[in-house]
Unconditional design. Structure first.
Length: 296
């Protein structure tokens, strides 16, 4: 593919390491002081990896969301979730939960009982996808996708593998439906391997590297673990190449892309609306118990 059809990297963002909920280690490329959001995406957290001793595991007990979607992707460990709409279930390695909070949901996201009691390793991601104004107050809904149903593909030589969570890659199409066009891919590249991923012209893209090191885009911009590369919209495809001498190998990255909404964003903690008035209403609805509660 000619180099001019590859998108260039406009910025490389270092993630912030912080603690979320009751003390959960996260690496967060955005929102940070340097990058408020990546429209239509509001937040990306890499949870862990962390090794927990028995009794040490913490999560995010009952809390509300309104106006966007939370997408949880587990690599190691196990989580359990419960919510005010009556859903309850487990998330195991490779599973994805795509939760559309819409008008409002209260949920609990905790490491599994087994990990809380016996300890264990936890690693995963949470992505927040903004909803367009027209969809912010829809009824909450879920897509729970077990690992076995998520399409996986590889190049003939096996040096590039991809799990297709949303969108399309290496001839495989995702099974999850999204309300606006979204691409969410988990790439694994052997040292020295490279991939060129075509994207719809209206989708803005970034890559977040969580293992290994390599290069991204037209100018082979260096990118390493914990960094996110933001691509310009100046070409038909994005590209990634794993460093031949990657210390931690192979390179693993999430490639995430979506069509910017271009709407005003008013955010306050777990509520993301278009105006301050809508945020005030969300707080009143939550405090008034109108987002329900988790029946236990
Ligand atoms: Co939540």
């Amino acid at each position: 593919m000619p180099a001019e059809s590859l998108r260039s990297v406009t910025r490389v963002i270092d993630s912030l390491t912080t603690f979320e909920g009751e003390g959960f280690l996260v690496h967060r490329p955005f929102p940070t002081a340097g990058l408020a959001d990546a429209d239509p995406f509001l937040l990306l957290d890499e949870m862990g990896p962390m090794d927990l001793a028995p009794g040490e595991a913490k999560g995010a007990p009952d809390h509300p969301h309104r106006g966007f979607e939370t997408v949880t992707y587990i690599l190691e460990g196990a989580f359990q979730h419960e919510d005010s709409a009556g859903h309850a279930g487990a998330l195991n390695p490779g599973d994805v939960q795509w939760m559309t909070a819409g008008a409002g949901v209260i949920h609990s996201e905790m490491p599994s009982d087994r990990i809380r009691e016996r300890g264990g390793r936890i690693h995963g991601f949470q992505l927040w996808v903004n909803l367009p104004r027209r969809d912010k107050m829809i009824a909450p809904c879920y897509q729970d996708m077990p690992a076995a149903k998520i399409p996986e593909a590889a190049t003939p030589d096996g040096t590039v593998r991809v799990r297709v969570i949303a969108g399309e890659a290496l001839g495989h199409r995702a099974v999850i439906d999204t309300r606006t066009p979204i691409t969410y891919l988990h790439f694994t590249l052997a040292p020295g391997a490279s991939v060129v991923q075509p994207l719809p012209p209206d989708q803005r893209a970034f890559a977040y590297v969580f293992a290994g090191a390599g290069f991204a885009g037209r100018d082979s911009t260096p990118i390493a673990r914990g960094q996110m590369a933001l691509f310009a919209s100046d070409g038909a495809s994005i590209s990634l190449r794993a460093d031949v001498a990657s210390v931690e190998r192979p390179l693993q990255a999430l490639v995430i892309a979506g069509v910017p909404l271009g709407e005003p964003v008013a955010r306050y903690g777990p509520f993301v609306m278009n105006t301050k008035e809508e945020i005030a209403q969300a707080v009143r609805d939550y405090q008034g118990g109108r987002m329900g509660h988790i029946a236990r």
